[in-house]
Design a protein around this ligand. Structure first.
Ligand code: ZN
Ligand code: ZN
Length: 282
């Protein structure tokens, strides 16, 4: 009898472990920062620009592609991500620190669907044609894959598109450089998705040359717009990061190459992707 009881206990433990393991291997959402002005991991380098990879319900979407193709490909390799596994690439705006890497990723994965804004300079489309890429020309808002939406063109200098992911916790939003203004991008996304909150906002907030009172005003507006978690990256600037940290407290997080945002079983966890030696299926 004791043996059977022990056997049951072991089975229950193993079952729980298997379930937990299954979940952690297959979270609802995973966002990896591939390229940023800062680095969260010793073996990843910092460089001017931004790129992040989104895994959401079986789809893999690249958001921006950094300024340095060699470095982006190096980081993909170090994070054991096969460029061939990427379904879509969304380029937020025409600047090279977001656009440049995409031509090289495309050469590794010509099946990837690439989305440029319709008003990118002709040179960007010529370079694309040079590597056999036929980028889709984004105008208005659209659904990239089920549950991931582009805002479409938001006016600014230059215009920009952002991404929103409709998760079980609410919207997770990624912005490239926020040239139209981060508040305007959030407002646009909220009105398109008919919601009055954003669970997490990640990306370049473009506050590098802003005065403290301008940054504080933007933070107040973002709080009024119910932006719950803030992860300023890229062109946000150190001062903005400090001010966001003091305003958001434990709802603030740093980005940097190697940062990993995971939404699993209704919980959001921000950590740094561990360096692994053994090959994975990524
Ligand atoms: Zn820019
Ligand atoms: Zn930028």
């Amino acid at each position: 009898m004791t043996f059977i009881r022990q056997l049951c206990a072991v089975t229950v433990v193993l079952f729980c472990f298997a379930v937990r393991h299954a979940h952690s291997e297959n979270p609802e959402l995973e966002v990896l920062v591939l390229f940023d002005n800062t680095s969260a991991r010793e073996d990843l380098r910092r460089s001017w620009g931004f790129s992040a990879l989104i895994d959401f319900r079986g789809h893999r979407v690249l958001f921006d592609a950094g300024s340095d193709p060699t470095l982006l490909l190096e980081h993909l390799e170090k994070m054991q991500i096969d460029p061939k596994s990427i379904d879509h690439a969304i380029i937020s705006h025409q600047h090279g620190d977001h656009l440049r890497g995409v031509y090289w990723v495309f050469e590794k994965n010509p099946k990837m669907t690439v989305h440029f804004l319709d008003n990118f300079p002709e040179e960007a489309f010529r370079r694309a044609a040079g590597v056999g890429m036929k980028p889709r020309r984004v105008k208005g808002p659209f659904e990239v894959v089920p549950g991931i939406y582009s805002t479409g063109i938001v006016d600014g200098k230059p215009p920009e598109q952002s991404l929103v992911i409709d998760t079980s916790l609410g919207l997770v939003m990624l912005v490239g450089c926020s040239h139209p203004g981060v508040v305007k991008l959030v407002e646009t996304a909220q009105s398109q998705r008919k919601t009055d909150s954003i669970h997490l906002l990640l990306g370049g907030f473009h506050m590098l040359r802003k005065q403290p009172n301008e940054i504080k005003a933007a933070i107040t507006q973002l709080k009024d717009l119910n932006v719950t978690n803030a992860v300023p990256a890229h062109c946000s600037g150190d001062l903005a990061k400090e001010l966001f940290q003091s305003a958001y407290g434990d709802k603030f997080n740093t980005a940097g190459a190697g940062r990993r945002i995971v939404l699993d079983e209704g919980k959001l966890v921000i950590s740094t992707l561990e360096a692994r030696n053994e090959p994975t299926d990524k």
